[in-house]
Write a new protein. Sequence first.
Length: 361
Amino acid sequence: MTKARNSTTRSIIDEVPMNWNDVPHNRFNPLTGETVLVSPHRTQRPWQGKVESLPPAVLLRHDTACYLCPGNKRAGDTVNPDYKEVFVFTNDFPALLEDVPAASRNDGNGLLIAESELGICKVVCISPRHDLTVATMDLKGLVAVVKEWTYQYNELGDRPDINHVQIFENRGEIMGCSNPHPHSQIWAQKTVPDLPARETERQAAWKKDKGSVLLLDYLKLEISNPERIIFENDTWAAVVPFWAVWPFETMLLPKAQRRDLTELSTAEIDGFADALGRMTRRYDNLFGVSFPYSMGLHQRPTDGLGHEGWQLHVHFLPPLLRSATVKKFMVGYEMLAQPQRDITPEQAADRLRACSEMALQ
Ligand code: H2U
Ligand code: ZN
């Protein structure tokens, strides 16, 4: 079968008046260059698949069996200090090691290529309270967390051999999180990993081409027609990206250009802490459970370059689809071709906008 060459063209051109809520369509992610297939006509699909069980709801303020609680023993018999706010330690089972000799392998055919990687992995206990979450911590506690992340980004990023600092949180058993004690992680390393590297390239190309900041141009557009904006404060906004892949994926963005946490003003640090609390409380209220997610900050690489097109942003990537127990699976077509979603980003934004910002009782 011969087909016209342009049959694989991926551009979305609004040539024909179209109700985008009715037709399957591809949406383009300018930050990564990837595409998501949106199938809004499919949301009535019956569900007879896997239903996840819920983790126990009641947690102790201090759990003697928890390796992250103050005063408790971790692996290797290290005892945690009696910390009062935030406590950072080097991961006892790190994925990256500091003392790795530079080495590379290439079979000459460009097929068997490997390079040694060095880095540092840290665990950040964000509260001494075993039973709290980002959603239930107070603003003061969240400000302390943002300040600690800033300190760590700066300190680790300053090392000559560290070019990227990834700060993230895995929340909930469903995300593979091994312990409910509120904690985030930091993996700092020599190589800029694939995803942030792609975001770096695309933001740089945008800056070169248009002279402006990709994500600020995007945020301006969203604020001017706020169908995907969930909430704003003076310095930050929360949006369901036009190209979101996960059903309730969101992004938090500062309203002015800030390439990394160290560029935030005091008001912007407060604004970030406020946005973190409000976003996670809305998530908790969506299905009436302590909401699972992977969350991470993307900041400019710490390779010493200016990265003038970079904008700090936060990705929330939650797995839940239609209730506390029904999860979105990224399988089949998603594993082999590209991500796909049914509920549209606009519908997700409507749902999240309607959620309360009060902590779950
Ligand atoms: P997650 O549950 O989010 O994966 O993180 C827990 C981290 O804590 C995990 O990376 C580390 C694990 O290696 N850890 C320690 O560093 N010391 C311990 O005593 C237990 C767990
Ligand atoms: Zn604990």
